[in-house]
Structures are given as C-alpha cells and as structure tokens.
Design a binder for this molecule. Structure first.
Ligand code: AMP
Length: 145
C-alpha cells in the first residue's frame, strides 16, 4: 500500500493556519476537527511549519496561559518532513519512528500540500493489509488441503 491509496480513502483535506494565528486559534481548530496537528502556511501558501498538540502542551508548560496569545510560529516545527503519494506505508512508518512524530504532510511534484497522513491512518492501513494477507493465506491453505 502507498500514500496515494490512503489519500484515496480518507480524502485530501488538510487543516492549516497562517503563521500569525495564535496558539488559542490552533487549539480551537484541533478540537473542532478532532485532529492532532495543523500545517502552518507562509504568505505565499508554502509550508512554513507544523504545530501539533505536543507543541501546544510545551507552549502552555513554558508560558502558562500567556502561551495562548503567542503566534503559532513561536512553537511550530520549521523543518517539516514530508512525503509524496508514491511513498509506501512502510517508508512512512520508518519516517515516523525515526523522527518521533505522528503526522506527515503529503506534497505533490510542485511542492504543494496535497494531503496529510497521521499515525492512525498508517496503523489502520497496516492492520487491514495484515488481516487481508492472513485471510488470503487461510484460503490458500484450505484450497490446497
Ligand atoms: P506529533 O507526534 O505529530 O504530535 O509531533 C511531535 C513533534 O514533532 C512536535 O513538535 C511536532 O511539531 C513535530 N512534528 C510533527 N510532524 C512533523 C513532521 N512531519 N516533520 C517534522 N516535525 C514534525
């Protein structure tokens, strides 16, 4: 399975905020959409960073409630690891494990954002694939016996 298969099933909507949105805006979006991370875009629409719920926790732990008024740019991660639709689910699992993050934005050939994959999407796909393989093997063994 590849990123393109996951996006085909879940869709290509990506929640994003401008870099001058504040942490409170981010918490409202994360809660309303029931997601764990939001992409931060720069003025030209490129990826400026990613802000996850972990960054919000770090912001509050650092600055208490004052953190809510800070721009997301203060706490986002700027070096964003991305993938393409052609990447395999295994490659994504490796990337998330090595990088210790649970979200990977998907970019097209022009570097434009065209989806986002969460660790939940990866686990769901992996479980489905493993279940299908096991079922195929059982059918094969039953037919052979
Ligand atoms: P997460 O596990 O996705 O909640 O994120 C944990 C930390 O990694 C946070 O500081 C995020 O800003 C950062 N992060 C999340 N996704 C990525 C990514 N694709 N590339 C780089 N850093 C990321």
């Amino acid at each position: 399975m590849h990123v393109i298969d996951i996006l085909g099933a879940k869709g290509r909507d990506v929640m994003f905020l401008p870099a001058d949105a504040n942490i409170l805006d981010a918490t409202v979006l994360l809660a309303a959409k029931r997601i764990g991370a939001v992409v931060v875009k720069d003025a030209s629409g490129g990826i400026a960073g990613i802000l996850s719920e972990r960054d919000v926790i770090r912001a509050i732990a650092t600055e208490n409630v004052r953190a809510l008024a800070q721009p997301v740019a203060t706490y986002m991660t700027r070096q964003v690891a991305t993938c393409t639709e052609a990447d395999s689910v295994e490659a994504l699992m490796e990337m998330m494990t090595q990088g210790r993050f649970r979200h990977v934005p998907v970019v097209d050939g022009a570097g434009q954002l065209c989806g986002i994959i969460s660790i939940g999407d990866v686990v769901k796909t992996h479980v489905e694939e493993t279940t299908r393989e096991a079922s195929n093997l059982r059918e094969f063994i039953a037919a052979a016996g």
